[in-house]
Design a protein around this ligand. Structure first.
Ligand code: ARG
Length: 458
């Protein structure tokens, strides 16, 4: 039964009904619709539409309905009603008869869906914020356990300067921290209640909308009814936050895939998050990371979808806005799942320390140190840079790392190079010199880990 039959003389075409109905996906707003309806019933008492007793009966019926369907939400999708609002109203009328028909007084599905979706977003934010913290804690644990593991650092995917595996983990931890703040900010901005805006002009029942907002846990009520029913900024913002975070997760996945490859062999991903090939028995594929990298695409796609849907949409509510939900639900589920999956990936990660150290030592990643050494002996940096370039070229030709060249060999390029060059070229010294806030020195990492432990527990 539709909520609007009176003005129509013909039934909808079944194909149109199928096209128009949103229950198959907006059944996910069931709890929010019930929650919003309870608060609305209370407000209707304040404007003398419902008596206290009627309100109590409606709330009891809503509670019953919620209890009955908890754990069976999937069944709601198949109930055949137009949308979740129609479903809840029908079920309510089945329970309490004519009284159930009073609940929609002064309310429209336009403000109802707006408030339901905001309640849903708020809850989703809280869950995802927890998962971000979970991943950060896991990264911190791995960073803590591998503080001394020197790792090749890259620019242009060419070995550049040594870093540590901890420093690498903490880099991503920082990105996820920004994701956390971004999502918290979005939650804060959306936490304003549109209910009472009715279809577009505001409800005709003079209720205290601030009170209604408080009853639903919002920090306040919206100030313009046209905006309130057509605003989907929160959908765009959550999808934007999700997209940025998925980009971070995808970059991390890509790094891990490279480090896990047979060519690098720096890390080994656990059997728990990899799979085999049906043909090639030797294979162990990094599927979890590949899937995260792949899923970033559909989350970014959902963001493009809502931006394009809302662009050029006239005020106020248009049915186009019903297209806000599927992309959002899918993207938030995906984000949540990817965060948890990445935690699992780091739970079982193993480091091949020998391969890592050999790689960190190779690739002439201490060449900058030699240039700085020459500078310390009075050679201008530009000149030093050129000298070291020639030394590297020579070292490549004799297939030796810089630290294996003799003083005599060095002297062919610059007379100022002496015995004291060797300690400078060691990986330990390279790290230790970068003892600046945000630098790779072990001392910095240690302090940072201590600070992050506090931060993540706060
Ligand atoms: N199902 C709609 C949505 O998801 C809400 C209904 C608004 N319908 C209307 N005729 N104004 O946006």
């Amino acid at each position: 039964m539709a909520l609007w039959g009176g003005r129509f003389t013909q039934d909808s075409d079944v194909r149109f009904k199928h096209f128009n109905d949103s229950l198959v996906f907006d059944y996910r707003l069931f709890h929010e619709d019930v929650e919003g309806s309870r608060a609305w019933a209370k407000s209707l008492v304040t404007v003398n539409v419902l008596t206290q007793d009627e309100c109590a009966s409606l709330i009891q019926a809503l509670n019953e309905l919620e209890q009955e369907m908890t754990g069976r939400e999937n069944e709601i999708a198949l109930a055949g009603d137009e949308d979740i609002h129609s479903y809840v109203e029908r079920r309510l009328i089945e329970k309490v008869g004519a009284l159930g028909k009073k609940l929609h007084t002064g309310r429209s599905r336009n403000d109802q869906v707006a408030v339901d979706l905001k309640l849903f977003c708020r809850r989703a934010c809280d869950e995802i914020l927890k998962s971000i913290r979970g991943l950060q804690r896991q990264l911190l644990k791995v960073a803590d356990e591998n503080q001394g593991v020197i790792f090749p650092g890259y620019t242009h995917l060419q070995r550049a300067q040594p870093v540590t595996f901890s420093h690498f983990c903490l880099a991503y931890l920082q990105m996820f921290d920004r994701d956390f703040v971004r999502l918290s900010n979005a939650r804060d901005l959306l936490n304003v209640c549109p209910l009472g805006s009715a279809a577009l002009a505001g409800t005709a029942y003079p209720m205290d909308r601030e009170e209604l907002a408080k009853n639903l846990g919002f920090k306040g009520a919206t100030h313009n009814s046209l905006d309130a029913v057509s605003d989907r900024d929160h959908v765009m913002e959550l999808l934007s936050a999700a997209s940025i975070s998925l980009v971070h997760l995808s970059r991390l996945s890509e790094d891990l895939i490279i480090y896990n490859s047979g060519e690098a062999n720096f890390i080994e991903l656990s059997d728990k998050v990899t799979s085999g090939s049906s043909l090639m028995p030797q294979k162990k594929n990094p599927d979890a990371c590949e899937l995260i990298r792949g899923k970033a695409g559909r989350v970014v796609g959902a963001l493009m979808g809502i931006l394009t849907t809302v662009k050029a949409l006239p005020l106020a509510y248009d049915k186009d806005l019903q297209e806000d939900k599927e992309g959002l639900f899918d993207a938030l589920d995906t984000w949540h799942e990817c965060l948890d999956m990445m935690s699992l990936v780091f739970e079982g990660i193993k480091l091949n320390k020998d391969k890592i150290e050999a790689a960190a030592k190779g690739g002439y990643s201490n060449a900058t140190e030699l240039a700085d050494y020459l500078v310390s002996k009075g050679v201008p940096f530009r000149e030093a840079h050129d000298i070291v370039g020639q030394v590297v070229l020579y070292a490549i030709s004799v297939a030796k790392p810089l630290e294996d060249l003799s003083v005599d060999e060095f002297k062919k390029f610059s007379a100022v190079i002496a015995d004291d060059v060797y300690p400078i070229l060691s990986l330990q010294s390279i790290l230790a010199k970068r003892n600046v806030l945000g630098g790779v020195a072990l001392e910095q990492t240690k302090a940072e880990i201590a600070a992050l432990k506090q931060h993540l527990n706060a």
